[in-house]
Ligand binder design. Structure first.
Ligand SMILES: Cc1cc2nc3c(=O)[nH]c(=O)nc-3n(C[C@H](O)[C@H](O)[C@H](O)COP(=O)(O)OP(=O)(O)OC[C@H]3O[C@@H](n4cnc5c(N)ncnc54)[C@H](O)[C@@H]3O)c2cc1C
Length: 383
């Protein structure tokens, strides 16, 4: 049986983020890490967007940044001053190439392609069965998707599903300094839906149609909505589709198990997808950076919490409200953006506000509906 000090199962966003962040620690402690993914991880399988105040380790692969954002709905149209934040885009292809360069040839890291069939923990060791072979480690970090036994009587389960096109237009129609964060001028019958537009050049942009609902749509529903938005809202009739992206992100308040003996879960598998928005990238960065810091300081990779638990409750309330459809997502987000500074909203969505700041934000929202959603959620969880 082969032994490594650490195994990272799943070399996607969180697995590679952790591996890169662990490099100084591995060198200083002379430890060995095995990184395994079932796929070769080449090509642009997704695009990550997020906001941050300061440059972090993946700044060299930031593809595009915006200092101005636009929020638009049937109720309001608002340009958002997001200072001190910058909205950033990383293309997965660049992230994989960059992390490959950082990791390959490093004497402390072995990367392999293989299918992780099982993970288990026994006698203070973690075990991974990879393509039929057993590997042991002191700790295994896993981002491999996990099957959850759903409990709809207790928790809310929505999907954030989206299709995006990188389109090239014949004329220059995009303001490259301003990205559209959310535009709700889309059909709302199938659930909360909006489009975001990320201009890459005056003639090139990623236009993404996003829906929060229980079920995915048929392919033609996404394409119809995208065509309609491009024609009616962007006033563009002639364009070429250069790339297409499709994705589904789970949105739920079902608690995620963060650790099982010597197995530590990362990324979406570890519950680092924000239940109410689907944003994950920044939470992955915070978690993996905390693990690397814990290892460096004390050799302990177990992190008690990355943010206060009350944010899980806020996400759950918003999910219950969206699920109940008593208020539409368009109404909720319009009110939020109309009555609060963008900087505060982004800080809140990053789970970084203080209780006082949260009370200030809640005081601007529909108190009756939020209180009902809180009661509904509390009754469900104690039933
Ligand atoms: C299309 C798309 C766009 C997104 N955009 C954003 C965004 O803009 N901003 C944001 O914050 N979040 C976004 N997300 C959500 C989230 O950031 C991503 O899903 C992110 O990749 C999650 O990282 P992860 O490490 O948990 O999972 P992944 O990056 O999916 O990594 C998991 C890895 O495990 C591997 N794997 C699975 N099963 C096995 C197995 N049995 N054996 C070995 N390996 C295995 C997979 O091949 C994969 O590489 C997006 C998600 C999708 C799907």
């Amino acid at each position: 049986m082969k032994h490594f000090d650490y195994i990272i199962a799943g070399g996607g966003c969180s697995g590679r983020s952790l591996a890169v962040r662990m490099l100084p620690y591995l060198k200083a402690s002379n430890k060995q890490l095995l990184l395994v993914d079932k796929l070769p991880k080449k090509g642009n399988d997704k695009t990550w967007c997020f906001w941050e105040e300061h440059a972090d380790v993946f700044e060299p692969v930031v593809y595009k940044k915006w200092n101005r954002l636009l929020f638009s709905s049937h109720f309001i149209q608002q340009e958002l001053n997001i200072y001190p934040y910058t909205y950033k885009m990383i293309r997965a292809a660049d992230f994989y190439t960059y992390t490959d360069e950082k990791l390959s040839g490093n004497p402390h890291i072995i990367t392999i392609q293989g299918n992780v069939e099982r993970l288990y923990t026994e006698n203070q060791q973690a075990y991974a069965i990879i393509d039929g072979e057993v590997y042991s480690s002191d700790y295994t970090f896993s981002s491999i998707p996990r099957i959850q036994n759903k409990r709809p009587e207790r928790y809310q389960y929505l999907l954030q599903h989206f299709m995006g096109w990188v389109i090239e237009t014949e004329t220059a129609i995009f303001d490259t300094e301003c990205a559209t964060l959310m535009d709700f001028k889309t059909p709302q019958q199938t659930g909360t839906s909006f489009v975001y537009v990320l201009p890459l050049s005056p003639k090139l942009a990623l236009v993404e149609y996003t829906v929060f609902s229980e079920q995915e749509l048929a392919t033609e529903d996404y394409t119809t909505a995208l065509k309609q938005y491009i024609e009616e809202q962007l006033h563009c009739k002639k364009y070429t589709i250069k790339e297409q992206e499709y994705g589904v992100i789970p949105m739920s308040d079902h608690p995620a198990q963060r650790q099982q003996g010597r197995i530590i879960y990362l990324g979406t598998a570890g519950g680092f997808t924000k239940g109410s928005t689907g944003y994950t990238f920044r939470f992955i960065q915070k978690h993996t950076s905390a693990i690397a810091e814990g290892l460096t300081k004390s050799g302990n990779p177990i992190i008690s919490s990355v943010f206060p638990n009350r944010f899980k409750t806020y996400d759950a309330i918003l999910l219950h409200l969206l699920g109940s459809r008593r208020l539409s997502g368009e109404e909720i987000f319009s009110e939020l953006f109309e009555k609060n500074k963008a900087k505060q909203i982004l800080k809140f969505l990053d789970n970084e506000t203080s209780l006082m700041e949260e009370i200030q934000i809640f005081s601007t929202l529909n108190k009756k509906e939020f209180t009902l959603a809180l009661l509904n959620r509390t009754l469900k969880t104690i039933a």
